[in-house]
Design a binder for this molecule. Structure first.
Ligand code: RP5
Length: 163
């Protein structure tokens, strides 16, 4: 499987994908992270096919100071839950409509975490990916006034009819 890791030093948000086939879903999310001033890294690391790589990526990201993980996956979609099992940082899960069940499978898998191991689950597909960027920014904005200002500016644009 090709590794399309986007290199960024000291990412504040790490976006994990279950497969290269999930890349189109997060395309519209990355410009939003840029807009909120959040350096990010995109890594393909399947929970099922590459569990050791996944653990390495999560542990290195923690060491490098990541603040929020976003994990997007389709079908059985265990990736966000497995990431949440490996870290105490916030994890946002994006369900991807990649199988015959059109994302309902991934949505239920990601949202139904056992108590104590939360994954903040957003909508299926690109809308969810965009909201993952907004939610990550709102979390980080709690302690970063610059990000808070960017979030407020974005909200003002939405109120004027932007999207
Ligand atoms: C999941 O299975 C991935 O997140 C992807 O959405 C789906 C299909 O993966 P590929 O067969 O396209 O690699 O693990």
């Amino acid at each position: 499987m090709a590794d399309k890791t986007k290199k960024t030093s000291n990412p504040r948000v790490v976006v994990l994908l279950g497969s290269a086939s999930d890349l189109p879903v997060i395309e519209k999310m990355l410009p939003l992270l840029d807009r909120f001033g959040l350096p990010h890294l995109v890594v393909i690391a399947s929970a099922h096919r590459q569990p050791e790589k996944l653990k390495r990526v999560v542990k290195k990201a923690e060491k490098d100071g990541v603040e929020v993980f976003v994990a997007a996956a389709g079908m059985a979609a265990h990736l966000p839950g497995v990431v949440a099992s490996m870290t105490g940082l916030p994890v946002i899960g994006v369900p991807v409509a990649s199988g015959p069940l059109a994302g309902v499978d991934a949505l239920l898998s990601i949202v139904q975490m056992p108590p104590g191991v939360p994954v903040a689950t957003v909508a299926v597909g690109s809308a969810g990916a965009r909201n993952a960027a907004c939610l990550a920014a709102r979390m980080i904005a709690l302690k970063d006034p610059k990000v808070a200002a960017a979030v407020e500016e974005f909200r003002r644009e939405l109120a004027k009819g932007g999207s």
